[in-house]
Design a binder for this molecule. Structure first.
Ligand code: FE2
Length: 455
């Protein structure tokens, strides 16, 4: 019997300490650990096996393996022995636990096979106690999570899930897509589908989205998917999805956004009273910016932010002398510095008012140009944000097309020509293209239009 120790000397167990007993994790994996006769008693046991379960050879040989098997695993072990008898030459595998005198428990992977010539079961044992302990700890963590955690395969079939997920989606074998089709708001289904597909195409990255649970309720979930094909354990191969109820966060954010819009409306009203000319220009620019952003298929919140930023982009001019703002011809150097400061003043006013970066950033940067010739920071290329470029182009279109105290507005043809000339030089080509696409559809925006509401 290859590898089985020939010595029959008694082996003293190394003591109660589990780590010492399994010293170096030698286990019994390479050699036959146990020979169990047809009457289910041990006829031979390896030194390593006896050492592993903390017993002398004479405490093992002549006894049933069930005598030192963990009570919860006795039935499975008995079935394995019966099964082995019926399947000669065929290996059966069982993960099981042995009790060790003193209270320790060792977990092993046991491979058993009936050997007809010996009329006995040959068992190979590998110590996996540390792996099993680690796995139990992970299971406790995952099972205790308030987030629903589940794994789906390529066909969206749920292959593993924790307690929270069981309550949410049902048992293993559920098809997640069928479930979402019934329970998710139909408008959110395409984004959910895309998130899963993106997860497949970019392993390791998370793809979070918020979605509504069905129609007519106000419950929101966050859904984050990542591919875990790199994990060594094939049992958890697939897409890991983490689902969390974020209704409270979504409502809180919506309330903050509403406050932001209310403040925007108040500032616009003040602007109307103090400087009707600038207020009118901002209103028009907001309408144009909103249409450009929509044409570029930006998400509803970004479109709303861009429109609100455009409606307030020159708010920093409040307080500047009208004589300078409406002065025909070029400005003196000190006047130019004063006028240019409106970007930073406007940014400061809105930031101090608690507005979000999506609104304040384009206000600060609406005079930046991609060739670096703009102000206040001289940003260039990708440093210039898309939102600030949309506001810049909308600002330029309205400024060029509207009448000014010192000149009449340019005609539509001249505005288009000017935009084309500055495309890829001062302005992002995508923004100019979108502006040219919608230029013919611009409509005056009424003062009370809530043009910066998302959705
Ligand atoms: Fe400006």
């Amino acid at each position: 019997m290859a590898g089985f120790p020939s010595s029959t000397k008694e082996v003293e167990p190394r003591g109660a300490d589990a780590t010492e007993r399994r010293g170096g994790g030698s286990g019994c994996s390479d050699n036959v650990s146990l020979v169990v006769g047809a009457d289910h008693t041990v006829t031979e046991a390896s030194e390593e096996f006896c050492h592993l379960i903390g017993r002398r050879r004479d405490e093992v040989v002549g006894h049933s393996p069930l005598d030192f098997t963990h009570p919860d695993d006795v039935e499975a072990s008995r079935r394995l022995m019966d099964h082995s008898h019926r399947q000669p030459g065929k290996a059966s595998v069982l993960e099981k636990r042995y009790t060790v005198p003193g209270g320790d428990i060792v977990t092993v992977r046991l491979t058993a096979m009936w050997h007809p010539a010996s009329e006995a079961i040959l068992a190979y044992v590998t110590d996996i106690t540390e792996i099993a302990t680690l796995r139990r700890r992970h299971n406790v963590l995952i099972e205790s999570s308030a987030d629903a955690i589940l794994v789906i395969d390529r066909y969206w079939v749920v292959t593993d899930l924790n307690q929270a997920a069981r309550e949410m989606v049902g048992p293993i074998g559920t098809n997640l897509w069928d479930l979402l089709a019934v329970r998710m708001h139909p408008e959110d289904l395409p984004a959910s589908f895309k998130a899963i597909e993106h997860a497949y195409n970019s392993p390791g990255l998370h793809h979070p989205i918020n979605f509504r649970a069905g129609v007519g309720n106000d419950i929101w979930f966050n859904y984050s998917a990542t591919v875990n094909n790199l994990l060594a354990d094939p049992a958890i191969r697939g897409i890991v999805i983490n689902v969390r109820n974020v209704t409270a966060e979504v409502k809180q954010l919506a309330a903050l956004r509403e406050n932001e819009r209310a403040m925007g409306r108040a500032l616009i009203e003040i602007s109307e009273l103090s400087d009707p000319f600038t207020a009118g220009h901002q209103r028009h620019a907001a309408g144009i910016a909103q249409r450009i952003a929509a044409r570029m298929s930006l998400d509803p919140q970004t479109i709303a932010d861009v429109a609100l930023a455009a409606s307030l982009h020159d708010i920093g001019k409040a307080g500047l002398p009208t004589s300078i703002l409406s002065k025909p011809g070029s400005l003196a150097p000190d006047e130019l510095v004063l006028v240019r400061s409106h970007c930073e003043i406007g940014h400061r006013i809105l930031t101090n008012g608690g507005m979000s970066v999506g609104v304040t950033e384009p206000v600060l940067h609406h005079h930046e140009r991609i060739d670096g010739s703009g102000y206040p920071e001289g940003l260039a290329g990708d440093e210039v944000s898309l939102a600030s470029q949309i506001v810049a182009v909308a600002d330029a279109i309205d400024a060029a097309s509207a009448d000014r105290p010192y000149r009449l507005g340019l005609g539509a043809g001249a505005v288009v020509k000017d935009l084309k000339n500055k495309r890829s030089i001062l302005y992002m080509p995508d923004v100019v293209d979108a502006a040219l696409d919608v230029f013919g559809t611009f409509q005056p925006v009424t003062a009370d239009a809530n043009f910066f509401s998302p959705g």
